[in-house]
Design a protein around this ligand. Structure first.
Ligand code: FAD
Ligand code: NAI
Length: 476
């Protein structure tokens, strides 16, 4: 078999890999991208976890379920009466699948447009050869590629509870959680992290009684404490049952459902009976089938590929990005690393600023933040000023009928430089972008306070929170 040579071979076509491949091709490199994900019909489905069983389908279902909840609970406030409301779960799931497919097809189109050679199958290292690395593609058509540079972007897999394998029927990972065929009466969730809250919200809105069991005694420990407290209040009010500080014991799945034995925060033995159980206790880096040993690619004890700050592995010209390396497991972090690596290969100064990576939890209210939390600043002993502004005092939020939450600014006490911005409330995912721009440009809270924001808009709450840092909010 003859091998095809490329300047850059990317293994993995998730947001890290496909974006890296496009940027490398834009920079004039002869680029290949190998991805093994396939649809039900066996056709390529690039886009990785994010497109197939992550960001995109979860947001599709969050939207559908929120529409349902609005129609059921909030349309009446607008004088709109709805009767005979029901959910067709099969149709909702089919819409979600169609959204996913549009994204898969979009990536294949982008590969063509940018002249990236796409190979559908599993990519594994074979050996070091003259001029690069030999990589075998196994799948429908076997191929051998040689890459002068290799970018590994093989992503992550869901972490299972010890001894409790995912069957995607009763014990669900994110994959099964996105395709439950009917609304369960009772749904259990283990882990009150991002997936637990987003997927728990979807099925609660559609009518399930959802109980979330969390090991840590603190709710959303990584989130600013004031915001996490507000979130806990809002989710509990919506009917999500959240138990903190539990220790999970035996989990038994049978035809009738799932029984979870656990010890509660007071040390008492409890059981949770549910129809299905989502286990969302984090994800693990994926190098399955990559054959890293064949070339001596170094992994750490968690199975992540060891990289430096610039995504260089221990091997010359082999790079790794996204969920398979250290750092937050976020699609936009993977993308930024992909772009930066392609630019470094081209001799440019690709850069990722880890201090300004935004986080978003797409619940209702949405939660979004960038930079440091108040508890982090306290722990560091940094002198800071805080300013908050509630959506209750924002005209647009009142018109929307969505006044839960606030915007919170944290700025350096002396220089006024913005150190962190935290939003809980409507469209927090969009509002946070202004804060990211501000922090990238090392803006002060006063800079934001002096900028004209459209009225009436939710972004006025951002300006007002910046004004509040100097204790001069105008509308509160
Ligand atoms: P992946 O997206 O995992 O892609 C890796 C790809 O490589 C896959 O297609 C895989 O099949 C392929 N692959 C692996 N090994 C090989 C091999 N040897 N050969 C060929 N192909 C291979 N992040 C956000 O930023 N926002 C969100 O809203 C969000 N929502 C999420 C919701 C859920 C339910 C989940 C599970 C995750 C969510 N994430 C979200 C996280 C996000 O999906 C990941 O951070 C992101 O997908 C990581 O991108 P990646 O390119 O590193 O890896
Ligand atoms: P996570 O790390 O967000 O949350 C896991 C939770 O499970 C934590 O609160 C942890 O304390 C708890 N936990 C761990 N072991 C436990 C145990 N044995 N018993 C009970 N609780 C336990 O992980 P999650 O939700 O699985 O998501 C994985 C990753 O996917 C996230 O970290 C995030 O990077 C990404 N993601 C991002 C989204 C977004 O950006 N909106 C949406 C969904 C996922």
């Amino acid at each position: 078999m003859t091998s095809k040579s490329f300047d850059v071979v990317v293994i993995g076509g998730g947001p890290g890999g496909y974006i890296a491949a496009i940027r490398a091709a834009q920079l004039g490199f002869n680029t290949a991208c190998i991805d093994e994900w396939k649809n039900k019909d066996g056709k390529p489905a690039p886009g990785g976890t994010c497109t197939n069983v992550g960001c995109i389908p979860s947001k599709a279902l969050l939207q559908s379920s929120e529409n349902f909840e609005h129609a059921a609970k909030h349309f009446g406030d607008h004088g709109i009466e709805v009767s005979g409301l029901s959910v067709d779960v099969a149709k909702m799931l089919a819409r979600k699948d169609a959204v996913v497919k549009q994204n898969n097809d979009g990536i294949l189109y982008l590969f063509k447009k940018n002249k990236v050679s796409f190979f559908h199958g599993r990519g594994s290292f074979v050996k070091v050869v003259e001029g690069g690395y030999e990589i075998k593609v196994s799948g429908a058509e076997e191929q051998t590629l040689v890459g002068k540079h290799v970018i590994v972007a093989t992503g992550s897999n869901p972490r299972a509870l010890p001894g409790v394998a995912f069957d995607e029927d009763k014990i669900l990972s994110n994959d099964g959680a996105l395709r439950i065929p009917q609304v369960p009466k009772k749904l259990g969730v283990i882990g009150s992290g991002v997936i637990g809250l987003e997927m728990g919200s979807v099925w609660r809105r559609l009518g399930a009684e959802v109980t979330v069991l969390e090991a840590l005694p603190t709710f959303l420990a990584a989130v600013d404490e004031q915001i996490a407290k507000e979130a806990h209040k809002a989710f509990t009010k919506q009917g999500l049952k959240i138990e903190l500080g539990v220790k999970i014991g035996e989990v038994q799945a049978g035809a009738g459902g799932v029984t979870v034995a656990y010890t509660d925060s007071k040390g008492a033995a409890q059981t949770l009976e549910c129809e299905r159980l989502i286990v969302s206790i984090g994800r693990v880096p994926n190098t399955h089938g990559l054959n890293p040993e064949s070339v001596g690619l170094k992994l750490d004890e968690r199975g992540a590929i060891v990289v430096d700050d610039e995504c260089r592995t221990n091997l010359p010209n082999v790079w790794a990005i996204g969920d398979v390396v250290r750092g937050p497991m976020l699609a936009h972090k993977a993308e930024e690393e992909g772009v930066a690596v392609a630019e470094r290969i081209a001799g440019q100064h690709g850069h990722v600023n880890f201090n300004t990576i935004p986080w978003v939890i797409y619940t209702s209210p949405e939660i979004a933040w960038v930079g440091q939390t108040e508890q982090q600043l306290k722990a560091e002993g940094r002198a800071y000023k805080a300013g908050t502004f509630p959506f209750m005092a924002n005209g647009r939020a009142r018109a929307l009928g969505d006044t839960t939450g606030m915007v919170k600014f944290l700025a350096d006490a002396k220089t006024d430089e913005i150190l962190g911005v935290h939003v809980i409330g409507p469209f927090a995912s969009e509002l946070i972008a202004e804060a990211v721009v501000a922090m990238e440009f090392k803006a002060s809270a006063e800079d934001i306070a002096r900028i004209c924001h459209a009225h009436p808009s939710l972004s006025e709450a951002v300006k007002e929170a910046a004004l509040a840092v100097d204790k001069r909010s105008l509308n509160f």
